[in-house]
Design a protein around this ligand. Structure first.
Ligand SMILES: *[C@@H]1O[C@H](CO)[C@@H](O)[C@H](O)[C@H]1NC(C)=O
Ligand SMILES: *[C@@H]1O[C@H](CO)[C@@H](O)[C@H](O)[C@H]1NC(C)=O
Ligand SMILES: *[C@@H]1O[C@H](CO)[C@@H](O)[C@H](O)[C@H]1NC(C)=O
Ligand SMILES: *[C@@H]1O[C@H](CO)[C@@H](O)[C@H](O)[C@H]1NC(C)=O
Ligand SMILES: *[C@@H]1O[C@H](CO)[C@@H](O)[C@H](O)[C@H]1NC(C)=O
Length: 458
């Protein structure tokens, strides 16, 4: 049968090769084929959920103890996956986790609330807002998605701090937290975006007044320059918010851009259109670098030197998700945005050949796996792939209460936690902090070792 009789070991080797190649196929996609993009998204989100044990025996739904906000990012990926593909596989586990972490209806759950930042909380609020806008069914006897977004809004505006820098949210909520003296873009941009989305969904002027107020305050500081459209990362109360930490992160741009898009859709005022166009132009120029062809998103500050931490790895997923919604609510941006989503999704999928099980990497523009893997990598790729389905019209534009949205409203949600910055909650103890720090050190050590092994070994 064979021209030569292969030895047993050669056969064995062949079998190993066959097994390897059938496992590690690149997620090859035809970006213009709906089924192809859908199945790639399915593979990426499956890989993200592999890191989740909240629904298993002994697990706590939605809990990621030392990175609590990331639960909101995981569930944003499952929500978007359902929205664009219609596949309900992860719906019940998503509802369960998003309800479990709700605290008193405002995402300040007692286990974590004493060391949260405003940004951590608002990302859960934004995921709940997304659920309402895509008509993800409310849970019976649970908090409605809309009310959770309202609860976050209510507790955050209660923290608006006019005694320093003329307004603004601080980064952290409690005085004992490092970062309490900072006012930063993501906390304020997150509240701005939430207010704008609530304004559009409910048509209640309180929310649009707050969106105006947060925007105006931000633009009065070095955080947001409404001529060059530079979005800085942070300012400090100690120098009166006069100078800026100008690190360039995509989600800071995306947070304000998205809120501006919702405000334009809601008000149809040309000033909001100008802001959308200004921020969109800079965002697309900066984070879809020409040197990678101009259509593939890159977190430019951390990717070249491979310094991205878990938070930063998630930004591309957030921003591509937001861009997908912007293209639907500001139709004039669609032609500009679609090629960026498609180019990013295509490259992102090609990064998913890692670990022998299609794990995705960090740097999409390499068009191959870059040696990294983790839940964050999976989430970002899943969100980019789902968002590239914009092209097929399978996901409707975000709804409002007058265009089919049914999530029930509770404008007073979260009231019982509105004083949550008065220090009554259990302060974090030195023991807790040391514990968390040690975990981080051990984890980073293991991680570094593993990466070193990958590079030296490979
Ligand atoms: C791939 O393998 C890694 C390392 O064992 C694991 O952590 C991850 O969950 C796996 N992913 C999938 C999709 O099986
Ligand atoms: C937890 O959810 C995942 C993803 O939906 C599912 O595969 C798994 O079977 C669930 N586990 C339990 C115990 O229900
Ligand atoms: C808080 O911690 C307790 C004890 O581990 C756990 O039973 C509970 O489910 C946790 N709640 C949340 C919201 O994570
Ligand atoms: C607002 O969004 C809807 C989609 O929900 C879109 O049809 C409409 O054209 C948008 N309005 C403006 C002013 O862009
Ligand atoms: C509008 O929102 C404000 C602030 O949450 C609330 O007090 C008011 O009752 C809301 N109005 C309506 C009509 O829902």
């Amino acid at each position: 049968m064979f021209p030569f009789a292969p030895s047993r070991s050669l056969l064995g080797l062949l079998l190993v090769f066959v097994a390897l190649f059938s496992l590690v196929h690149a997620i090859d996609i035809d970006i213009n084929d709906e089924q192809s993009v859908k199945s790639a998204a399915s593979e990426a989100v499956y890989g993200a959920m592999k890191w989740y044990g909240g629904n298993e025996t002994g697990g706590i739904p939605g809990a990621f103890p030392d990175k609590w906000w990331e639960g909101s990012a995981l569930f944003l990926s499952t929500l978007l996956y359902w929205h664009y593909t219609g596949d309900e596989t992860y719906n019940s586990v998503t509802s369960q986790g998003m309800e479990w972490q709700a605290g008193n209806g405002d995402y300040m759950p007692a286990n974590y609330s004493s060391y949260l930042g405003n940004d951590d909380q608002v990302f859960w609020g934004l995921s709940a807002m997304t659920a309402a806008e895509i008509k993800f069914p409310d849970v019976q006897d649970g908090y409605s998605w809309l009310s959770l977004a309202q609860g976050v809004f209510n507790t955050q505006i209660a923290r608006w701090d006019t005694s320093n820098c003329g307004g603004g949210l601080r980064w952290q909520i409690f005085p004992y937290q490092a970062g309490y003296n900072m006012k930063n873009s993501i906390s304020n941009g997150g509240l701005f975006q939430l207010a704008a989305r609530l304004a559009r969904y409910t048509n209640n002027d309180t929310y649009s007044e707050w969106a105006d107020k947060v925007w105006d305050w931000t633009a009065s500081t070095p955080l947001l320059n409404n001529k060059t459209w530079n979005v800085a990362d942070s300012t400090n109360i100690e120098n009166g918010c006069k100078s800026q930490g100008n690190n360039q992160w995509s989600y800071n741009y995306g947070a304000y851009l998205t809120g501006a898009a919702y405000m334009y859709n809601h008000t149809e005022k040309s000033e909001w259109k100008d802001r959308v166009d200004g921020l969109l132009g800079v965002t697309l120029d900066k984070f879809f670098p020409q040197k990678y062809g101009g259509n593939v998103m890159s977190e430019i500050l951390c990717e070249p030197k491979e310094l991205c931490n878990n938070n930063e790895i998630l930004f591309k997923g957030l921003v591509t998700s937001w861009l997908g919604f912007i293209a639907m609510i500001v139709p004039s941006t669609y032609d500009q945005i679609l090629p960026k989503l498609q180019g990013s999704a295509q490259s992102a999928a090609q990064s998913c050949t890692g670990m022998g099980n299609n794990s995705c990497g960090v740097r999409w523009y390499e068009n191959k796996w870059d040696g990294w893997h983790g839940m964050e990598e999976q989430i970002s790729v899943a969100e980019a792939l789902a968002s590239a389905m914009l092209k097929f019209g399978t996901g409707d534009a975000p709804v409002t209460s007058t265009t089919g949205g049914t999530s029930s409203s509770d404008p007073n949600a979260g009231g019982s936690d509105s004083n949550s910055n008065n220090g009554q909650l259990k302060p974090i103890t030195t023991g807790d902090k040391a514990g968390a720090g040690i975990l981080t050190v051990v984890f980073v050590g293991l991680w570094g070792g593993m990466i070193a092994w990958l590079f030296i070994g490979g």
